[in-house]
Design a protein around this ligand. Structure first.
Ligand code: 5AD
Ligand code: FES
Length: 362
């Protein structure tokens, strides 16, 4: 019985070989997975999608990830850094439009000036929103002390993608040096959990050198780490990065897209009560990409509220969508998309990870 998709899904625990088989499914079989994952979503986290207004406030980065368009080594990239005023304005927009939460994201920096600036911004955002706006930050690897400081100043969720849970693959997509280390990435994830953040991680799907085994291990990694939130998007090559050289070895874009959807659906089946984001990169491949992900298991969506003039400069990958809409347009367009997927928007709610609270009780 265990060899059919239905047979595999009838078991509570998915083993690595089961996951690989599910990742290999054809169109007909994968619909069985999607049916199950949407039922689980409805049952455990409801038919609701939560907004996180995304503010990509700076593309200045001191790292050199081999896949990323804003890596320090890309000298063709113009750099920007929003003023505090602009950031606060975007936060205010999110608050007034009942987004519930924002995500502050930027390239990586670990200098004192940056750390202090974030600290100050977090306090101000809490202040101007009467403590109502939830704040997620996605600011890379930092010391535990910095994580603690930012937590105490008002951030309560942190996103730090592992990118790949395989050390070997991680080291193929990053330079191996003091600035880039798989061990440090893991230590940071542990530190975030220790400090008390709702902790989010994720991987890119369809990377060069990546196999279905790697992807199955990634899902098992999220589970064993008892992660609260996951964001997974397809890898999309960027011309001004070293990994571009391997573009001919990649799966076609539509296959990377389908594989990402399968990863999301399988993860929803494995980790029923976590928050799963519908990654923006899905929409770079399919205009309806993000609503498709909501339909089969994702429950978080991140409308871009970065001031429009800077959006073209935050191109981690090519063909990034929504770079010429205003924040207003993004919110409206998202709501329509979520309704299309059959969900409601959780306006004015933080939409915390249910898994996090369960984890606190153990
Ligand atoms: N394709 C897809 N996703 C990318 N990211 C960075 N570069 C790319 C790319 N070329 C993702 C990484 C990072 C997140 C902010 O964006 O997973 O963690
Ligand atoms: Fe900036 Fe990877 S290139 S963190």
């Amino acid at each position: 019985m265990k060899n059919t998709v239905t047979g595999i899904l009838a078991h509570d625990e998915l083993l690595k070989e089961d996951i690989i088989q599910l990742l290999k499914t054809d169109v007909k079989e994968r619909n069985i997975i999607y049916q199950k994952s949407s039922e689980i979503k409805e049952q455990y986290v409801g038919k609701k999608a939560y907004y996180r207004g995304l503010i990509e406030f700076s593309n200045i980065c001191y790292k050199d990830c081999l896949y990323c368009g804003i890596r320090a080594g890309n000298k063709k990239q113009e750099r920007y850094n929003l003023t505090d005023e602009d950031i606060l304005k975007a936060a205010k927009f999110a608050h007034e439009n009942k987004f519930g939460s924002i995500v502050l994201q930027s390239g990586e920096r670990e200098d004192k000036e940056f750390i202090n600036r974030i600290d100050n911004l977090l306090k101000k955002i809490k202040q101007i929103s009467n403590n109502e706006l939830g704040i997620t930050i996605s600011l890379g690897e930092q010391t535990e002390e910095t994580y603690k400081r930012w937590f105490e100043s008002g951030a309560h969720r942190y996103l730090l993608r592992i990118e790949s849970s395989s050390k070997e693959l991680f080291e193929k997509i990053h330079p191996v040096n003091k600035k880039h280390s798989f061990e440090r990435r893991l230590e940071c994830l542990y530190a975030l959990q220790e400090v008390g953040y709702q902790t989010g991680t994720g991987v890119m799907v369809g990377l060069p050198f990546q196999t279905l085994e790697h992807l199955a291990d990634d899902l098992l990694f999220f589970k064993s780490f008892s992660i609260d939130m996951v964001g997974m998007g397809p890898y999309i090559e960027h011309q001004e990065t070293p990994l571009y050289e391997f573009r001919n070895t990649l799966l076609p874009l539509n296959e990377r897209f389908n594989l990402t959807l399968k990863m999301i659906a399988i993860l929803r089946i494995m980790m029923k009560d976590i928050n799963i984001a519908s990654a923006t990169a899905l929409q770079a491949i399919d205009p309806a990409g993000r609503e498709k992900a909501i339909k089969i298991g994702a429950n978080v969506i991140m409308p871009n509220i970065t001031p429009t003039i800077h959006r073209t400069n935050y191109q981690l990958y090519e063909n990034k969508p929504c770079i010429d809409e205003s924040a207003d347009d993004c919110g409206n367009c998202m709501e329509a998309r979520i309704h299309l997927a059959g969900d409601e928007v959780g306006f004015g709610e933080w939409g915390d990870s249910k898994h996090y609270y369960k984890r606190q009780k153990i």
